[in-house]
Ligand binder design. Structure first.
Ligand code: IMP
Ligand code: MG
Length: 181
């Protein structure tokens, strides 16, 4: 096995599961946004791949923008203190904004992000997250569109990283290496 890949545990969500669920989410979104043009805001870098797959399933007029944030804390847990590294190019005033996230763990990142985007007076603000970790005390963040609920383990693949590695993997794996919680 190639060095680095020995830390991959079982597959929690397969490429095929993701493909099917993404199509379902897209159908739900297409219905909900049938009379509004959503602005999908992808959170870099983790949501990059999910965003790409989701918008290709979404057969409605839409716009996208991306922002990059960084959360302070250890590699495998968030402190809740978030900094915007790359802000949006788009004015959110009166827009129907949909945040596209890779994973919601404690919900602290999302909580910060929502507060920050709500201050820009969008017409609506919803969240679509591919993964939501179960059994975590969450900063009360409603994720209207959730792909999968997964156990509270550290996972990698399909955009998700451990120290910037593994984002390119097609499936989502449990990470079993050092610093995993
Ligand atoms: P939260 O603030 O605890 O909800 O953490 C959210 C952010 O931490 C996500 O946007 C990810 O970037 C990162 N994160 C949380 N859990 C994982 C994981 O299991 N694998 C990779 N990144 C994660
Ligand atoms: Mg990350």
């Amino acid at each position: 096995m190639r060095e680095g890949y020995e830390h991959l545990g079982e597959i929690v969500v397969s490429e095929e599961d993701i493909r099917k669920r993404t199509a379902e989410l897209a159908a739900e979104l297409a219905a909900d946004y049938s009379e509004r043009v959503p602005l999908l805001v992808g959170v870099l870098k983790g949501a990059l791949i999910f965003m790409g797959d989701l918008i290709r399933e979404l057969d409605i007029p839409l716009e996208i923008d991306m922002m990059a944030i960084s959360s302070y804390g250890s590699a495998t847990s968030t402190s809740g203190v978030v900094r915007i590294i790359k802000d949006l190019d788009t004015d959110l005033t009166d827009r129907h904004v949909l945040i596209v996230e890779d994973i919601v763990d404690s919900g602290l990142t999302l909580s910060y992000l929502k507060r920050s985007l709500l201050a820009r007076n969008p017409a609506s603000l919803e969240v679509c997250a591919l993964l939501v970790k179960d059994g975590v005390r969450r900063a009360d963040q409603e994720v209207r569109y959730a792909g999968f609920h997964i156990p509270p383990r550290f996972v990698v693949g399909y955009g998700l990283d451990m120290n910037e590695r593994y984002r390119n993997l097609r499936d989502v794996y449990i990470y079993t290496g050092p610093e995993a919680s």
